[in-house]
Write a new protein. Structure first.
Length: 263
């Protein structure tokens, strides 16, 4: 695989020795508007947003080049299913025609060296996790339904089953819509806050809101996991894809990703 590693717009994060992790933005790929956030090509990594599948394949290959490993993606359904990937999956995703999906689920875990995991988002919370000592990594897609379902707890359970210790796990919560921007009905805010009080928010317009990144951080802390947050709001940041921003404009948009691998 090429070692050019020149993909623009990447936000790298440190999750320990032997772990390579970053978040993509909307720039650096080959997709045109509306799957682009700049005058250049867009790095849309999602297959379910009407972009041409061949362009998405090129964009995904650019991410794999930047990572230095093939990257597996799941078909995300806003649930709590965790898919565990191994050597056979690495071979499949490294093939000249990789699968479109690792299966239905909202979290991926692997102890396989050289296999990247990707989590797709455009307002939901991407979570990257690693125990560098146990040599196991995971990703989770935590939207409102995922936070309620406890997808963060499920992915941590899967990591622990592979030898991880929550006290050693390092996690980062990536760019997502912030509590100032994520307006929801009051009943919806109450439902989520009843399970995760830290997600309770009020928007800048003084209306009911949800701070899902804060909720995810609280769920991680409750398990003893040290976590950090990338303070970039997808709705406010024009370099990032936002489903809510696009919907408000009557159009569609792409999907950025959190990416992690044992290297």
């Amino acid at each position: 695989m090429s070692d050019s590693r020149t993909l623009s717009g990447v936000h790298p994060v440190d999750l320990g020795d032997g772990v390579h992790a970053f978040f993509t933005t909307g720039a650096g790929g080959v997709s045109p508007a509306p799957w682009s956030t700049s005058d250049g090509g867009g790095l849309n990594l999602g297959l379910n947003v009407s972009d041409d599948a061949a362009r998405v394949a090129v964009n995904r290959s650019l991410v794999a080049e930047r990572l230095g490993a093939p990257v597996a993606f799941a078909t995300q359904v806003h649930g709590d299913e965790v898919l565990e990937l191994g050597p056979g999956d690495r071979a499949a995703w490294a093939a000249s025609r990789p699968p479109a999906s690792a299966g239905e689920g909202d979290a991926l875990v692997t102890a396989e060296h050289g296999l990247g995991l990707g989590v797709l988002v455009a307002d939901c919370v991407p979570v990257l996790l690693a125990d560098p000592e146990a040599r196991v990594v995971g990703v989770a897609h935590a939207g409102r339904k995922g936070v309620l379902a406890g997808v963060v707890h499920r992915v941590l359970d899967a990591l622990v089953a592979r030898g991880a210790d929550p006290a050693r796990v390092r996690a980062v919560v990536g760019p997502a819509v912030c509590g100032r921007c994520y307006e929801v009905p009051a009943a919806m805010r109450d439902e989520v806050a009843g399970v995760v009080p830290e997600a309770y928010a009020t928007t800048r317009d003084d209306t009911p809101g949800l701070d899902l990144p804060a909720g995810v951080l609280a769920q991680l802390a409750a398990r003893g996991v040290a976590a950090s947050r990338v303070h970039r709001c997808t709705l406010e940041d024009p370099e990032l894809f936002s489903h809510r921003r696009a919907s408000g404009a009557g159009t569609t948009t792409g999907r950025q990703a959190g990416i992690i691998a044992l290297i």
